[in-house]
Design a protein around this ligand. Structure first.
Ligand code: IPE
Ligand code: IPE
Ligand code: MG
Length: 227
């Protein structure tokens, strides 16, 4: 049975969940969504996943109302502050992808500190995609390649991406019912197994996660060959 090393998640449906619960503010959904991140991180670590890459804020999410953007930024800061003891307890290494230079200096410091404190861990690596967009990542990598000036190979290009230290994605999960990639890991998902579920992110359960792992284990991955 094949095991997934790298699981990526598009955590969608927070706003719709808040509405469904009768909350006036979408942000209530983001708060509950953040606690789901905590639950999944511990669970994924326990079942032996090596990399869990979570879409927290896209390069397109700046288009949202300023109050929501500000709330999400504050939430990420608060999340990281609260999460550090959990990372230390569970030997979780923290990493990010995306252009974090556009974030507030305070949040950048928090990210740097959390990375530094957890850099030596070899269990699960939790990768938060913050101000991440695949097209932005690829264009930044292309500009690096132009600067270097050598002919580009798939391997050398891989090393210029934000994900350079992580293997390709085995499983991509999107909650919230939409069947699209929303500019997430386009290069890294070239051969991923895709799972779309109508479950809203705050309601996503560890049972559903385990079911996806079980389905994945039975999939015949051919990578263009024949078995
Ligand atoms: C995903 O939930 C979280 C972020 C994009 C930060 P949404 O906020 O997109 O929730 P819906 O899709 O509007 O329900
Ligand atoms: C994708 O969700 C981004 C994150 C989960 C952070 P969106 O809600 O932003 O995606 P679209 O706009 O519906 O494609
Ligand atoms: Mg959404």
């Amino acid at each position: 049975m094949q095991e997934a090393k790298h699981v990526a998640v598009i955590m969608d449906g927070n706003g719709r969940w808040a509405k469904k619960q009768g909350f006036k503010e979408r942000i209530k959904g983001h708060e509950v969504g953040a606690s789901k991140v905590r639950e999944l991180t511990i669970h994924a670590s326990n079942v032996g996943i090596k990399y869990l890459t979570l879409y927290a804020f896209s390069t397109e999410n700046w288009k949202r109302p300023k109050t929501e953007v500000n709330f999400l930024m504050t939430l990420m800061d608060r999340y990281l502050k609260n999460e550090l003891p959990l990372f230390l307890e569970n030997s979780v290494r923290f990493e990010t992808i995306g252009n974090i230079k556009a974030l507030s200096p305070k949040l950048q410091e928090r990210i740097a500190y959390t990375k530094e404190q957890t850099a030596h861990f070899e269990g699960l690596t939790q990768v938060l995609a913050i101000n991440y967009g695949s097209k932005d990542e690829i264009v930044r990598a292309v500009n690096e390649a132009v600067k270097i000036g050598d002919e580009v190979t798939q391997e050398s290009f891989n090393m210029l991406l934000d994900t350079k230290n992580f293997p390709d994605v085995d499983i991509l999960i999107r909650t919230g019912g939409d069947v699209r990639l929303s500019n997430y890991l386009l290069w890294q998902c070239a051969y991923s197994e895709l799972f779309f579920t109508p479950t809203l992110w705050p309601e996503f359960s560890m049972e559903e996660f385990d079911q996806i792992l079980q389905k994945f284990a039975k999939i015949e991955r051919r990578f263009g060959g024949v078995n």
